[in-house]
Design a protein around this ligand. Sequence first.
Ligand code: 9UX
Length: 74
Amino acid sequence: MSQTSTYTVSGMTCAHCVASVQEEVTEVAGISDVDVDLASGRLVVTAVGPIDDDAIQAAVEEAGYQLEGTGSTP
Ligand code: 9UX
């Protein structure tokens, strides 16, 4: 069974930003599908097994952006 997790990415301002996030997150182990919406910043990740939130966050940061709702304050 696959599962999905939804996150919000801040800082994306153009389609290339979206492509960067998509590329990095797709490389996370076990991830089978990644959907990124520029307007809302919504990131939906699909995987066959458990989704490692820390790995997703690291991938987003690797692309040059931040996840909202992670860290100390919302
Ligand atoms: Mo265009 Mo997106 O410079 O970071 S790629 S805004």
